[in-house]
Design a protein around this ligand. Structure first.
Ligand SMILES: *Cc1c(COP(=O)(O)O)cnc(C)c1O
Length: 384
Protein backbone atom coordinates (compact mmCIF):
# COMPACT_ATOMS: atom_id res chain seq x y z
CA UNK A 1 0.00 0.00 0.00
CA UNK A 2 1.36 3.48 -0.75
CA UNK A 3 2.88 5.17 2.29
CA UNK A 4 0.31 8.00 2.31
CA UNK A 5 -2.68 5.65 2.36
CA UNK A 6 -1.14 3.46 5.07
CA UNK A 7 -0.61 6.43 7.37
CA UNK A 8 -4.11 7.74 6.79
CA UNK A 9 -5.69 4.35 7.33
CA UNK A 10 -3.96 4.03 10.67
CA UNK A 11 -5.15 7.46 11.77
CA UNK A 12 -8.70 6.69 10.76
CA UNK A 13 -8.82 3.43 12.71
CA UNK A 14 -8.53 5.40 15.93
CA UNK A 15 -11.52 7.52 14.93
CA UNK A 16 -13.51 4.47 13.92
CA UNK A 17 -13.12 2.84 17.32
CA UNK A 18 -14.42 6.02 18.97
CA UNK A 19 -17.45 6.23 16.66
CA UNK A 20 -16.07 9.43 15.15
CA UNK A 21 -15.71 8.45 11.49
CA UNK A 22 -17.35 10.92 9.16
CA UNK A 23 -18.94 10.15 5.85
CA UNK A 24 -20.74 12.17 3.25
CA UNK A 25 -23.94 10.41 2.25
CA UNK A 26 -25.56 11.09 -1.13
CA UNK A 27 -28.82 12.89 -0.32
CA UNK A 28 -31.02 14.70 -2.82
CA UNK A 29 -32.92 17.70 -1.49
CA UNK A 30 -35.80 17.56 -3.89
CA UNK A 31 -38.70 19.24 -2.21
CA UNK A 32 -37.62 20.49 1.21
CA UNK A 33 -38.40 19.44 3.95
CA UNK A 34 -38.46 16.14 2.02
CA UNK A 35 -35.06 14.75 1.04
CA UNK A 36 -34.15 11.47 -0.61
CA UNK A 37 -31.46 9.09 0.62
CA UNK A 38 -30.92 5.44 -0.43
CA UNK A 39 -34.15 5.63 -2.46
CA UNK A 40 -36.00 6.54 0.70
CA UNK A 41 -37.86 9.78 1.33
CA UNK A 42 -37.08 11.41 4.67
CA UNK A 43 -38.38 14.51 6.42
CA UNK A 44 -35.29 16.59 7.13
CA UNK A 45 -34.71 18.10 10.55
CA UNK A 46 -31.09 18.76 9.66
CA UNK A 47 -31.20 21.57 7.08
CA UNK A 48 -30.45 25.15 8.11
CA UNK A 49 -32.79 26.32 5.34
CA UNK A 50 -35.12 27.72 8.00
CA UNK A 51 -37.63 29.29 5.61
CA UNK A 52 -37.24 26.93 2.65
CA UNK A 53 -35.86 29.84 0.61
CA UNK A 54 -33.36 27.59 -1.20
CA UNK A 55 -36.34 26.33 -3.20
CA UNK A 56 -38.48 29.47 -3.27
CA UNK A 57 -39.44 30.18 -6.89
CA UNK A 58 -38.61 33.90 -6.54
CA UNK A 59 -35.12 33.12 -5.29
CA UNK A 60 -34.63 30.47 -7.99
CA UNK A 61 -35.84 32.82 -10.73
CA UNK A 62 -33.47 35.57 -9.61
CA UNK A 63 -30.56 33.15 -10.18
CA UNK A 64 -31.88 32.04 -13.57
CA UNK A 65 -32.26 35.63 -14.74
CA UNK A 66 -28.76 36.55 -13.57
CA UNK A 67 -27.20 33.54 -15.30
CA UNK A 68 -28.94 34.46 -18.54
CA UNK A 69 -27.76 38.04 -18.27
CA UNK A 70 -24.24 37.64 -16.84
CA UNK A 71 -23.18 34.00 -17.31
CA UNK A 72 -21.91 31.88 -14.47
CA UNK A 73 -18.46 32.66 -13.06
CA UNK A 74 -17.30 36.02 -11.71
CA UNK A 75 -13.95 36.09 -13.53
CA UNK A 76 -11.62 37.13 -10.70
CA UNK A 77 -11.38 38.65 -7.25
CA UNK A 78 -13.60 41.66 -6.58
CA UNK A 79 -10.47 43.75 -6.14
CA UNK A 80 -9.17 42.80 -9.58
CA UNK A 81 -12.13 42.60 -11.96
CA UNK A 82 -14.10 45.31 -10.21
CA UNK A 83 -17.24 45.05 -8.20
CA UNK A 84 -20.36 43.59 -9.73
CA UNK A 85 -23.32 46.00 -9.27
CA UNK A 86 -25.19 43.13 -7.59
CA UNK A 87 -22.61 43.27 -4.74
CA UNK A 88 -23.46 46.92 -4.20
CA UNK A 89 -27.18 46.16 -4.12
CA UNK A 90 -26.78 43.16 -1.79
CA UNK A 91 -24.46 44.98 0.62
CA UNK A 92 -26.78 47.96 0.93
CA UNK A 93 -29.71 45.61 1.51
CA UNK A 94 -27.81 43.87 4.34
CA UNK A 95 -26.67 47.16 5.91
CA UNK A 96 -30.25 48.45 5.83
CA UNK A 97 -31.64 45.30 7.47
CA UNK A 98 -28.96 45.37 10.16
CA UNK A 99 -29.15 49.15 10.70
CA UNK A 100 -25.42 49.59 10.10
CA UNK A 101 -23.49 52.07 7.99
CA UNK A 102 -22.06 49.43 5.72
CA UNK A 103 -21.74 45.71 4.95
CA UNK A 104 -19.31 43.52 3.05
CA UNK A 105 -20.11 40.17 1.43
CA UNK A 106 -17.53 37.37 1.59
CA UNK A 107 -17.36 34.03 -0.25
CA UNK A 108 -18.83 32.20 2.76
CA UNK A 109 -19.42 32.62 6.46
CA UNK A 110 -16.27 30.63 7.09
CA UNK A 111 -14.23 33.04 4.98
CA UNK A 112 -15.82 36.06 6.66
CA UNK A 113 -15.07 34.91 10.21
CA UNK A 114 -11.59 33.57 9.61
CA UNK A 115 -10.51 36.49 7.42
CA UNK A 116 -11.92 39.30 9.54
CA UNK A 117 -10.51 38.13 12.86
CA UNK A 118 -7.09 37.50 11.30
CA UNK A 119 -7.10 40.96 9.69
CA UNK A 120 -8.12 42.74 12.88
CA UNK A 121 -5.94 41.22 15.59
CA UNK A 122 -2.18 40.74 15.91
CA UNK A 123 0.35 39.40 18.39
CA UNK A 124 0.02 42.28 20.83
CA UNK A 125 -3.73 41.59 21.16
CA UNK A 126 -6.09 39.33 23.11
CA UNK A 127 -9.06 37.35 21.77
CA UNK A 128 -11.63 36.02 24.24
CA UNK A 129 -14.01 33.48 22.71
CA UNK A 130 -17.06 31.73 24.08
CA UNK A 131 -16.17 28.08 24.61
CA UNK A 132 -18.82 27.10 22.02
CA UNK A 133 -17.86 29.66 19.34
CA UNK A 134 -17.81 28.21 15.82
CA UNK A 135 -14.66 26.58 14.41
CA UNK A 136 -14.16 29.32 11.81
CA UNK A 137 -13.84 31.97 14.53
CA UNK A 138 -11.26 29.81 16.27
CA UNK A 139 -9.39 29.38 12.98
CA UNK A 140 -9.39 33.16 12.47
CA UNK A 141 -7.99 33.61 15.97
CA UNK A 142 -5.20 31.13 15.22
CA UNK A 143 -4.34 32.87 11.95
CA UNK A 144 -4.09 36.20 13.76
CA UNK A 145 -1.18 35.38 16.13
CA UNK A 146 -3.10 37.03 18.97
CA UNK A 147 -3.26 35.45 22.43
CA UNK A 148 -6.39 33.31 22.51
CA UNK A 149 -8.44 32.39 25.58
CA UNK A 150 -11.90 30.91 25.99
CA UNK A 151 -14.55 31.74 28.54
CA UNK A 152 -17.08 29.17 29.76
CA UNK A 153 -20.20 29.12 27.62
CA UNK A 154 -22.34 32.25 28.16
CA UNK A 155 -20.57 32.78 31.49
CA UNK A 156 -20.24 36.55 31.99
CA UNK A 157 -18.55 36.16 35.37
CA UNK A 158 -15.81 34.07 33.80
CA UNK A 159 -15.48 36.52 30.92
CA UNK A 160 -15.10 39.36 33.40
CA UNK A 161 -12.47 37.46 35.41
CA UNK A 162 -10.44 37.01 32.22
CA UNK A 163 -10.81 40.69 31.31
CA UNK A 164 -9.82 41.79 34.79
CA UNK A 165 -6.80 39.51 34.88
CA UNK A 166 -5.47 40.00 31.36
CA UNK A 167 -6.89 43.02 29.54
CA UNK A 168 -4.13 45.37 30.64
CA UNK A 169 -1.39 43.09 29.25
CA UNK A 170 -2.61 43.64 25.68
CA UNK A 171 -3.06 46.49 23.24
CA UNK A 172 -6.50 45.52 21.90
CA UNK A 173 -9.07 42.95 22.96
CA UNK A 174 -11.78 41.26 20.89
CA UNK A 175 -14.61 39.23 22.41
CA UNK A 176 -16.19 36.75 19.98
CA UNK A 177 -19.46 34.90 20.41
CA UNK A 178 -22.53 33.68 18.54
CA UNK A 179 -25.98 35.24 18.79
CA UNK A 180 -27.64 31.79 18.52
CA UNK A 181 -25.33 28.86 19.23
CA UNK A 182 -25.23 26.47 16.32
CA UNK A 183 -25.05 23.20 18.25
CA UNK A 184 -27.06 24.19 21.34
CA UNK A 185 -29.71 26.57 20.07
CA UNK A 186 -29.41 28.89 23.07
CA UNK A 187 -28.75 32.62 22.76
CA UNK A 188 -25.90 34.81 24.01
CA UNK A 189 -26.49 37.77 26.37
CA UNK A 190 -25.14 40.18 23.73
CA UNK A 191 -26.24 43.40 25.44
CA UNK A 192 -24.50 42.36 28.69
CA UNK A 193 -21.36 41.37 26.81
CA UNK A 194 -21.37 44.79 25.12
CA UNK A 195 -21.60 46.49 28.50
CA UNK A 196 -18.66 44.47 29.84
CA UNK A 197 -16.67 45.20 26.69
CA UNK A 198 -17.26 48.90 27.09
CA UNK A 199 -16.05 48.82 30.68
CA UNK A 200 -12.86 46.96 29.77
CA UNK A 201 -12.21 48.70 26.46
CA UNK A 202 -12.78 45.65 24.28
CA UNK A 203 -14.47 45.11 20.90
CA UNK A 204 -17.23 42.56 20.28
CA UNK A 205 -17.84 40.42 17.21
CA UNK A 206 -21.05 38.39 16.99
CA UNK A 207 -21.82 35.52 14.65
CA UNK A 208 -25.48 35.65 13.64
CA UNK A 209 -25.41 32.60 11.32
CA UNK A 210 -28.46 31.06 13.03
CA UNK A 211 -30.18 34.23 14.21
CA UNK A 212 -30.98 36.01 10.96
CA UNK A 213 -34.74 36.34 10.52
CA UNK A 214 -35.46 34.29 13.66
CA UNK A 215 -33.98 35.93 16.76
CA UNK A 216 -33.11 39.64 17.01
CA UNK A 217 -29.92 40.48 18.89
CA UNK A 218 -28.32 43.67 20.14
CA UNK A 219 -25.77 45.31 17.80
CA UNK A 220 -22.04 44.68 18.21
CA UNK A 221 -18.93 46.26 16.66
CA UNK A 222 -18.68 43.58 13.98
CA UNK A 223 -21.83 41.66 13.12
CA UNK A 224 -21.21 38.61 11.00
CA UNK A 225 -23.75 36.40 9.28
CA UNK A 226 -24.23 33.94 6.47
CA UNK A 227 -26.33 33.87 3.34
CA UNK A 228 -26.30 30.06 3.31
CA UNK A 229 -28.70 29.28 6.15
CA UNK A 230 -32.00 31.19 6.53
CA UNK A 231 -31.32 33.00 3.23
CA UNK A 232 -31.02 29.59 1.55
CA UNK A 233 -28.24 30.59 -0.87
CA UNK A 234 -24.48 30.89 -0.25
CA UNK A 235 -21.99 33.47 0.98
CA UNK A 236 -21.17 35.30 4.19
CA UNK A 237 -21.21 38.90 5.34
CA UNK A 238 -20.05 41.31 7.99
CA UNK A 239 -21.62 44.64 8.85
CA UNK A 240 -20.74 47.61 11.01
CA UNK A 241 -19.17 51.02 10.55
CA UNK A 242 -18.03 52.30 7.13
CA UNK A 243 -14.50 52.63 8.53
CA UNK A 244 -14.41 49.00 9.66
CA UNK A 245 -15.73 47.73 6.33
CA UNK A 246 -13.20 49.83 4.36
CA UNK A 247 -10.42 48.40 6.51
CA UNK A 248 -11.54 44.82 5.83
CA UNK A 249 -11.66 45.45 2.08
CA UNK A 250 -7.97 46.34 2.29
CA UNK A 251 -6.80 43.76 4.82
CA UNK A 252 -9.02 40.65 4.89
CA UNK A 253 -7.05 38.12 2.88
CA UNK A 254 -10.06 35.81 2.52
CA UNK A 255 -11.73 38.60 0.53
CA UNK A 256 -8.76 39.68 -1.56
CA UNK A 257 -7.27 36.35 -2.57
CA UNK A 258 -10.36 34.53 -3.73
CA UNK A 259 -12.68 34.86 -6.70
CA UNK A 260 -15.87 36.88 -6.29
CA UNK A 261 -19.17 35.03 -5.86
CA UNK A 262 -21.04 34.14 -9.08
CA UNK A 263 -23.56 36.86 -10.04
CA UNK A 264 -26.44 34.35 -9.85
CA UNK A 265 -25.74 33.74 -6.17
CA UNK A 266 -25.63 37.47 -5.46
CA UNK A 267 -28.95 37.97 -7.26
CA UNK A 268 -30.66 35.13 -5.41
CA UNK A 269 -29.18 36.17 -2.04
CA UNK A 270 -30.49 39.70 -2.66
CA UNK A 271 -33.96 38.35 -3.43
CA UNK A 272 -33.85 36.08 -0.34
CA UNK A 273 -32.82 38.95 1.95
CA UNK A 274 -35.67 41.09 0.61
CA UNK A 275 -38.09 38.25 1.38
CA UNK A 276 -36.70 37.87 4.92
CA UNK A 277 -37.15 41.61 5.42
CA UNK A 278 -40.67 41.87 3.99
CA UNK A 279 -42.12 38.57 5.28
CA UNK A 280 -41.04 38.32 8.94
CA UNK A 281 -43.65 35.63 9.68
CA UNK A 282 -41.34 32.86 8.36
CA UNK A 283 -39.01 33.26 11.34
CA UNK A 284 -41.87 33.22 13.80
CA UNK A 285 -43.22 29.99 12.30
CA UNK A 286 -39.83 28.25 12.44
CA UNK A 287 -39.46 29.27 16.08
CA UNK A 288 -43.01 28.11 16.91
CA UNK A 289 -42.25 24.71 15.38
CA UNK A 290 -39.16 24.35 17.58
CA UNK A 291 -41.24 25.32 20.61
CA UNK A 292 -43.96 22.80 19.72
CA UNK A 293 -41.23 20.16 19.73
CA UNK A 294 -39.84 21.16 23.14
CA UNK A 295 -43.34 21.44 24.64
CA UNK A 296 -44.35 17.98 23.42
CA UNK A 297 -41.16 16.51 24.90
CA UNK A 298 -41.38 18.47 28.16
CA UNK A 299 -38.04 20.21 27.50
CA UNK A 300 -37.17 23.84 28.35
CA UNK A 301 -38.75 26.09 25.64
CA UNK A 302 -36.68 26.44 22.46
CA UNK A 303 -34.95 29.84 22.20
CA UNK A 304 -34.24 29.48 18.48
CA UNK A 305 -34.98 27.09 15.61
CA UNK A 306 -32.28 24.68 16.87
CA UNK A 307 -32.91 22.07 19.58
CA UNK A 308 -30.30 19.51 20.71
CA UNK A 309 -31.00 16.24 22.47
CA UNK A 310 -27.76 15.33 24.17
CA UNK A 311 -27.13 11.58 24.04
CA UNK A 312 -23.56 11.56 25.39
CA UNK A 313 -21.72 8.73 23.68
CA UNK A 314 -20.85 9.23 19.99
CA UNK A 315 -21.71 5.70 18.80
CA UNK A 316 -25.08 5.81 20.58
CA UNK A 317 -25.87 9.15 18.94
CA UNK A 318 -25.08 7.67 15.51
CA UNK A 319 -27.33 4.68 16.22
CA UNK A 320 -30.13 7.02 17.31
CA UNK A 321 -29.75 8.97 14.08
CA UNK A 322 -29.94 5.69 12.10
CA UNK A 323 -33.11 4.64 13.92
CA UNK A 324 -34.69 7.99 13.11
CA UNK A 325 -33.79 7.51 9.45
CA UNK A 326 -35.49 4.12 9.47
CA UNK A 327 -38.56 5.86 10.84
CA UNK A 328 -38.44 8.45 8.01
CA UNK A 329 -36.56 11.39 9.58
CA UNK A 330 -33.20 12.91 8.68
CA UNK A 331 -31.60 14.02 11.95
CA UNK A 332 -27.80 14.24 12.08
CA UNK A 333 -25.76 12.99 14.99
CA UNK A 334 -23.29 15.70 16.01
CA UNK A 335 -20.10 14.36 17.53
CA UNK A 336 -16.77 15.65 18.83
CA UNK A 337 -14.84 17.68 17.82
CA UNK A 338 -17.91 19.68 16.66
CA UNK A 339 -19.17 19.44 20.28
CA UNK A 340 -17.30 18.70 23.53
CA UNK A 341 -16.41 15.05 24.27
CA UNK A 342 -19.22 13.20 26.03
CA UNK A 343 -21.94 15.48 24.60
CA UNK A 344 -22.64 13.82 21.23
CA UNK A 345 -26.18 14.69 20.34
CA UNK A 346 -29.08 14.66 17.95
CA UNK A 347 -29.47 18.16 16.57
CA UNK A 348 -32.89 19.17 15.27
CA UNK A 349 -33.42 22.24 13.13
CA UNK A 350 -36.96 23.46 12.56
CA UNK A 351 -38.21 25.19 9.47
CA UNK A 352 -41.24 27.20 8.51
CA UNK A 353 -41.78 24.45 5.92
CA UNK A 354 -42.41 21.67 8.45
CA UNK A 355 -45.99 20.67 9.20
CA UNK A 356 -47.43 20.09 12.67
CA UNK A 357 -47.89 16.42 11.74
CA UNK A 358 -44.15 16.01 10.94
CA UNK A 359 -43.26 17.30 14.40
CA UNK A 360 -45.84 15.11 16.15
CA UNK A 361 -44.59 11.97 14.42
CA UNK A 362 -40.98 12.87 15.21
CA UNK A 363 -41.80 13.35 18.89
CA UNK A 364 -43.64 10.03 19.06
CA UNK A 365 -40.60 8.29 17.60
CA UNK A 366 -38.27 9.95 20.12
CA UNK A 367 -40.53 9.01 23.03
CA UNK A 368 -40.72 5.40 21.84
CA UNK A 369 -36.95 5.22 22.08
CA UNK A 370 -36.78 7.12 25.37
CA UNK A 371 -34.12 9.58 24.15
CA UNK A 372 -35.95 12.52 25.70
CA UNK A 373 -35.47 11.14 29.17
CA UNK A 374 -31.71 10.80 28.67
CA UNK A 375 -31.47 14.52 27.98
CA UNK A 376 -29.61 16.28 30.75
CA UNK A 377 -28.83 19.99 30.27
CA UNK A 378 -26.41 19.85 33.23
CA UNK A 379 -24.09 17.78 31.11
CA UNK A 380 -23.58 20.72 28.79
CA UNK A 381 -22.38 22.90 31.66
CA UNK A 382 -20.18 20.14 33.07
CA UNK A 383 -18.49 19.81 29.70
CA UNK A 384 -17.03 23.28 29.70
C1 LIG B 1 -22.46 27.65 9.35
C2 LIG B 1 -21.78 28.56 10.26
C3 LIG B 1 -20.74 29.38 9.82
C4 LIG B 1 -20.16 29.26 8.43
O1 LIG B 1 -21.01 29.81 7.47
P1 LIG B 1 -20.93 29.29 5.97
O2 LIG B 1 -21.60 30.35 5.17
O3 LIG B 1 -21.64 27.98 5.93
O4 LIG B 1 -19.47 29.14 5.63
C5 LIG B 1 -20.19 30.28 10.70
N1 LIG B 1 -20.64 30.37 11.97
C6 LIG B 1 -21.62 29.59 12.44
C7 LIG B 1 -22.07 29.75 13.84
C8 LIG B 1 -22.23 28.65 11.60
O5 LIG B 1 -23.17 27.86 12.07
Amino acid sequence: MPELDAVLMQRMQVQEVQGLMRQIVATARDRFPVVERDNKRLISFSCNDYFGLSQDVRVQQAAVNAIEQYGVGAGASRLITGNHPLYVALESQIARMKHTEAACVFGSGYLANSGVIAALMNKRDLILADKFAHACMIDGAQLSDATFKRFAHNDLAHLERLLKAHRSEFEHCLIVTETVFSMDGDVAPIADIMALAKHYDAWVMSDDAHGLGIVESAATDIQMGTLSKAAGVYGGYICGSRQMIDYMISFARSLTYTTALPPALLASALEAMKIIESEPSHGQIALTHAQQFTTLLGLPPAQSAIVPLVIGDASTAVKASQSLAEAGFLVSAIRPPSVPAGTARLRFTFSAKHEAEHIKQLVECIKRHGWNTSFDPQRLDAAC
